[in-house]
Every structure is written in C-alpha cells, then in structure tokens.
Design a protein around this ligand. Structure first.
Ligand SMILES: Cc1cc2nc3c(=O)[nH]c(=O)nc-3n(C[C@H](O)[C@H](O)[C@H](O)COP(=O)(O)OP(=O)(O)OC[C@H]3O[C@@H](n4cnc5c(N)ncnc54)[C@H](O)[C@@H]3O)c2cc1C
Length: 539
C-alpha cells in the first residue's frame, strides 16, 4: 500500500461530477483548493534510536535483511489509515515512525524478538496490514528506549483446511485476498469481507474483533475464530481447537480483540463454509429510515435476514443516488414516479445479499421478501445490489482524492438495541452537525445500518465537511462530540473498529474501573516489561 493513502500507485479515482457539485453546494468547499501529499523525500523523519545491542539481538532473531531501518520502511509503518493518520503523514509528519521494522517468519522468531525487546526496553507494535482507523499501529514509546514495528507479513504460509470439520488453520499475516483465494482452492470460504479486505490480515481481524460486510450471515470474526496461537513475552498461549468447551472463562475470548497489547497472534483456526455456488444481491426501498429499521428488526428476529443487509438513512441514500445515477443504481422497472406515489420520494435504500446454493437462496429470499414487503419495502431488483457488490471496496480510494481537495471525511461506528437505535442515530448525527456547524464548516452526516443482531444493530456514520486549516483540531472536536454522544446515548464506543489510541479515553465508560484493572492485571502477567503496543486499548 502506498505510504500516504489507500491502494497502490495508479489506483486513483476521479470524483464524479455529482460529488463535485455537492462539495461546493452543501459544504462550501473551494473547488480550486488542493492539498496533495508531500513527496517522500520531504517527509520529516527522526533518526532511529534503536540501541546497537538491541539491533544485534533482533538481527540474530530474524536475520539482517529483516531488520529494516530505511526511510521508506519506517515511514510506511509510522501510522495506520485513519483520517488523522492520513492528514499527518500526507503533510510530511512521520514523527511517530518506529525506529526499525522487524519481519519475523515464524512464531519462534516472534518469541525471540519479544525476548530481545523485553531485555532492551524496546516497545513492539504488531502490524498486520496497518489499516487500523483508531491509531492501533502508531508506535508509542511510553517510557521505552525505542520502538520497533513487528510486520507480520511473512507469517503467511499456512492455510490448512479440514474439509470434514469445516475449519482452517491460517497464518496471521495472510492478507484477505490471498487467504480467500487459498480457501477457495479447497472449495470453502471464511466469508469475512471488511471494507479493508484487500489490505488487512487474518491476525489484524482477530486482534480487533473485526466485522465483515456479510457478518450478519457469516458471523463476526469473533464468532468465526475457534482457536488462536498467541506468543506473549511471558510465553505461548495456545487455545484448543474444539467446537465448544465448558473449561472456565475462555482464554480465546481474552486474546480475540487484545489489539497487540498482550502478545502476538501468530495463527488462528477459523470456521469456514462451503464456497457459495450462487449469489443474489438486490435493492429495496423504504419510505423512511425508521420504517426500514423496523422492517430489518422484524426480519432479523424472524431469523430471515440475508447475509449482507445494509440500510442507508435519507442522507446517505440521497448522496449515493446522486453519485450513482449515471452508473446504474436505479430502480429496475420502477420509475421514480411510482416510488413518489408510494411515498418513497425521499426514501431510504437497502441492499440485501444472499449467498449459498441457488435453491436455498431462492427459498430464503422469498421469506425475506414477504417480511420486507409487509414492513413497507418495495423491491428494486438486482441492479442496485450488483452495483453495490461491484463497488464494495472502492470508498477508501475516493477518500484520498477528497483529502487532496481539502475535504474532511471520516467515519465512526457504534451499536445499540433496536429500542434505542433511532434515538442514538439522531443524537450522533446532531452532535456532528452542531459541532462542525459551530466551527463554520457545515457538515454532511450520513449513516447506515449494516450488522444485525436479534437485540439490535450497528450504526455506521460517514461525515464530510470543508477542511479547516487546523485539520487535527477540527477532527478532534468532531470525534469528541460524536463519542460523547455515543456514550451518553447508550451505544458502544466501537462495534468493530476497536479501541486503539483514539477510543482509549472512553474505554472506562465501556468496561468500568474494575474491568480496566482486570485487563491491566492480565497485561502485567503476560507482558511484565510493558513492551507490547504501549498506549493502546487501556486508558
Ligand atoms: C478503508 C477502511 C475500511 C475498513 N473497513 C472495516 C470493516 O468493514 N470492518 C472492520 O471490522 N474494520 C474495518 N476497518 C478497520 C481495519 O481494517 C480493521 O481493524 C482490521 O481488522 C485491521 O486489520 P490489519 O491487518 O490492517 O491490522 P492492523 O491495522 O495492522 O492492526 C490493528 C491492531 O491489531 C494489532 N495487530 C495486528 N496484527 C496482530 C497480530 N497478528 N497479533 C496481535 N496484534 C495484532 C495491531 O497492533 C493493532 O493494534 C477498515 C479500515 C479502513 C482503513
């Protein structure tokens, strides 16, 4: 991935004309304003402070060519992929860069690296794909003498499928596409497709309790992981690959979501399914977000949800309709007039995706369609669904272009009960609009529901505003206002992005003082020198 953004060089996308108009009309963005990333040679990078004896030990552990302290390696591991990360790195600020990047290729090498770092007081930051949007991979020294990033990309050889039990042992450093390709060769799928799929890894998913776009159907990663192998500074913890166990509190659960602060997840045994032979993605329209949410609740509680279920609110529907009107996201066979007559002129679009055997998909679709129709939904046919499927990974490429045009664009997410969903949706949107409006940068705030549970659902907000000169102050004000609204409104501070650095201050509200002490006690036992990913997860 290029050091200042998403994807590789040459993957740039142009803004559709509708988006250009919207940026000017709604956000007051200056169409001529540009702030491109600085050149690599202009990035300011502090000298490496890795002590020579520590470096020698690391070289002994992984080999000289895998202890890298060159400019490009260090800059490429200085930040993750959140909005504030990108603002800083694009401006040439790599002050957070690690002193070196270390690339082990086995659990044994990981153990040797941790031993060396504990002895020499060097912080270790586990790094999968570096797509964290909560500051999870930013090197923080927190009193250590130096910091190294442990890039796990070479831990990527094992994909061992048990077709009978439908499980697979996967190395942590496998990226999404390679993992799925190798599973597909054995006729199975994990079904875990976060929007960051192309550049995130198995270990990163497990360490952050990630949720893929099809989590309602396939399950979140925490439901898909059967066992993990974790190397901590105090030794190895392997949890058993069994379907269920009553052997006390689950150590697997303690490691899933541990965000690199306890140890390094080197492999995971995951539950897989036969690869789907058939896919059907389609669109639905609802008169309002509230009506759509209620229809989704009834569908989910009847165990009739699709595998992918997304419902955009009015603002997100408006934007996606405007952006896509030229590329085919339109009601198929249903004119705008018909939708207007049915009271859907400012309606909300939903995408449903079914995967599996054709017969089974058709049977499920019929049941789901009956419930959605009874809830006020109008079927729009497959085109909106196919268009969504086709562009499911394209959003982050657009973000780079928006940043160049000095647009503040960020996302945040939460989850709450069905009873509270509408209230929380309104409260977070209002907090963002008011905070940014008062700064003189009116915001476009949009949201969708995309992960369903019998008791509630997630809310995923995207917001855009004109970028202030002090982009970090603007981001911090918006982030704080939205997070306070989430906590006060009864939502979780994160449904799937994790805690990292950016949500730490709200962790106490999430798990309570005793909960913090419990996690801290575990850390002290597993990581007595405090080298593992300092400054993350715990306040
Ligand atoms: C554009 C975009 C879209 C996204 N979409 C989604 C989405 O749909 N769903 C979702 O859940 N998230 C999403 N994310 C967030 C991010 O992709 C996930 O958190 C993902 O799981 C991170 O994987 P990674 O391999 O990039 O991990 P990294 O970013 O490298 O690391 C994340 C955290 O895990 C730790 N870590 C990584 N690997 C290991 C390991 N092997 N052992 C121990 N600790 C480790 C790191 O230290 C860090 O704290 C998105 C991010 C972006 C930028």
């Amino acid at each position: 991935m290029r050091w200042w953004g998403w994807g590789e060089d040459g993957h740039d996308v142009a803004l559709p004309p509708a988006a250009e108009t919207l940026l000017g009309d709604e956000l007051g963005a200056d169409s001529a304003a540009r702030r491109p990333p600085v050149g690599l040679e202009e990035v300011s990078l502090p000298d490496s402070r890795l002590p020579a004896p520590a470096r020698e030990r690391l070289v002994a552990a992984v080999g000289a060519e895998h202890v890298r302290d060159g400019r490009e390696d260090r800059i490429g591991h200085a930040v993750g992929r959140s909005y504030p990360d990108l603002v800083r790195i694009r401006s040439g600020d790599a002050s957070s860069a690690p002193d070196a990047v270390v690339r082990p290729d086995s659990a044994e090498q990981v153990a040797a690296v941790l031993a060396a770092c504990a002895e020499h007081r060097v912080a270790v930051i586990p790094f999968g794909g570096g797509t964290s949007v909560v500051g999870g991979v930013e090197p923080v020294r927190d009193g250590m003498d130096a910091a190294v990033t442990l890039d796990l990309g070479r831990l990527s050889s094992t994909v061992e499928v048990d077709r009978t039990s439908l499980t697979a042992r996967l190395d942590a450093g496998l990226f999404g596409p390679e993992a799925e390709q190798r599973l597909a060769a054995e006729g199975v799928t994990l079904g875990h497709f976060p929007q960051s799929f192309e550049y995130s890894t198995v270990g990163g998913w497990v360490a952050t309790r990630s949720a893929g776009q099809a989590s309602t159907g396939y399950g979140r990663i925490d439901e898909l992981v059967e066992a993990v192998r974790c190397i901590t500074p105090a030794g190895e913890i392997g949890t058993r690959a069994v379907p269920a166990s009553a052997a006390g509190p689950s150590t697997r659960e303690l490691l899933v979501g541990s965000e690199g602060v306890l140890g390094v997840i080197c492999e995971a045994t995951v539950r897989v399914r036969p690869a789907p032979a058939f896919r059907r993605y389609e669109g639905w329209s609802f008169a309002s977000f509230a009506e759509g949410c209620d229809a989704f609740r009834v569908m989910e509680q009847a165990e009739a949800s699709a595998d992918v279920n997304r419902l955009s609110d009015e603002a997100e529907t408006g934007l996606s309709t405007a952006m896509a009107s030229s590329s085919g996201i339109r009601a198929e066979g249903l004119g705008r007039r018909y939708l207007r007559l049915r009271g859907h002129e400012r309606g909300c679009i939903a995408i449903l995706g079914f995967e599996g055997e054709e017969e089974d998909v058709e049977r499920r679709r019929r049941q789901t369609a009956g419930l959605l129709r009874a809830g006020g939904g109008i079927a729009l046919g497959p085109r909106p669904g196919e268009a969504w499927l086709h562009s499911r990974y394209s959003g982050p490429y657009m973000r780079d272009e928006l940043l160049t045009r000095r647009v503040f664009v960020d996302t945040l997410e939460t989850a709450t009960s069905w009873t509270n969903l509408g209230t929380l949706h309104a409260a977070v949107a209002e907090a963002l609009r008011t905070t940014l409006g008062e700064r003189g940068t009116p915001a476009l705030v949009m949201c969708h529901v995309s992960h369903l549970y019998p008791s509630g659902a997630s809310l995923y907000f995207t917001f855009l505003a004109r970028q202030e000169d002090d982009a970090m102050a603007q981001w911090s004000a918006a982030k704080t206002a939205a997070s306070e609204a989430i906590v006060a409104g009864g939502g979780t501070i994160t449904h799937h992005h994790a805690i990292g650095r950016d949500h730490r201050q709200w962790m106490r509200a999430e798990v309570g003082e005793l909960g913090i002490e419990l996690i801290r006690a575990m850390k002290e036992r597993l990581d007595p020198a405090g080298i593992m990913n300092p400054g993350k997860l715990l306040p």
